[in-house]
Write a protein that binds this ligand. Structure first.
Ligand SMILES: C[S@@+](CC[C@H](N)C(=O)[O-])C[C@H]1O[C@@H](n2cnc3c(N)ncnc32)[C@H](O)[C@@H]1O
Length: 250
């Protein structure tokens, strides 16, 4: 795939090494498979836009005008509309999208819980047909399903090398029967690492968080996704858990 070239923006030039070391490979795995009405939060300079295939209809939003100009120059296969919008107050109706996605964004959104609540609101709900399936009752699901991704006690599980894929949590919620599946959240994020990665992101984060007014190195984004009410489907941990692909559904 000869796409996702640098736009020439200062942001893309600054990301050159990290892109080659880790992000480019993950972007090329994550974004081409997304289909339907897709909302990309924090689209920035549009690094992912050329990766969406023709089966996706993409709206890319960002709070800042700066990146959107660069994003508009990208060559894309999918139809793309760019909108200036705050991910914490999305200007879209409930249930408008099949997929909400973002990369390297939940480290910098001021209120990630609010951004995730908005993402969940604009995603389509599962449509149940045939057999009646009881909706989940608030409070009956275990809280902090993210803990299944992070071992509760350090050192009780070997640290992953490369990629760790956690299975979905069985039996925590009734499944839709013969209906349309609910919308999906697909994130590629840097987060607080696990094990040594946690120590590193906490230690470096002390300096980093003082230097950067936006980006936080040690956010527990997987846990935040679960706490926002999403069902975690798959979490991949890369680079000591500092980089994660998080897939979840409403
Ligand atoms: C580190 S950049 C990531 C850009 C791009 N997604 C990527 O993968 O390279 C973070 C982006 O999130 C955007 N952003 C931060 N807070 C936001 C918010 N509340 N609403 C929308 N976009 C936001 C920033 O403007 C910036 O473009």
């Amino acid at each position: 795939m000869s796409i996702a070239k640098d736009s020439g923006s200062p942001y893309d030039r600054g990301m050159w090494l990290l892109e080659r070391l880790i992000f480019r490979r993950l972007r090329r795995r994550v974004f081409p498979g997304l289909r339907g009405d897709v909302l990309e939060l924090g689209v920035g300079t549009g690094v992912n836009l050329p990766l969406f295939e023709a089966g996706a209809r993409v709206i890319g939003c960002d709070a800042s005008e700066g990146g959107l100009g660069w994003a508009a120059r990208r060559k894309t296969q999918a139809p793309v509309t760019l909108v200036r919008a705050d991910a914490q107050r999305l200007p879209f109706a409930d249930g408008s999208f099949d997929v909400v996605t973002a990369s390297l964004v939940f480290c910098s959104i001021a209120d990630p819980a609010r951004g995730l609540a908005e993402a969940r609101r604009v995603l389509r709900r599962p449509e149940h047909r045939g057999e009646l399936v009881e909706p989940p009752v608030e409070g009956t699901r275990p809280e902090h399903r993210g803990e299944l991704v992070e071992p509760p006690v350090e050192g009780t599980r070997p640290e992953p090398r490369g990629e760790l894929v956690e299975p979905p949590v069985e039996g925590t919620r009734p499944e839709p029967v013969e209906g349309r599946a609910g919308g999906r959240l697909v994130l590629l994020e840097h987060t607080r690492g696990s094990g040594l990665g946690a120590w590193l992101t906490d230690a470096v984060g002390l300096l980093w968080n003082a230097w950067s007014s936006e980006c936080r190195l040690n956010r527990e984004t997987t846990q935040a996704v679960a706490e926002a009410g999403f069902r975690l489907e798959r979490v991949e941990r890369h680079a000591l858990g500092i980089v994660r692909v998080i897939k979840a559904s409403v």
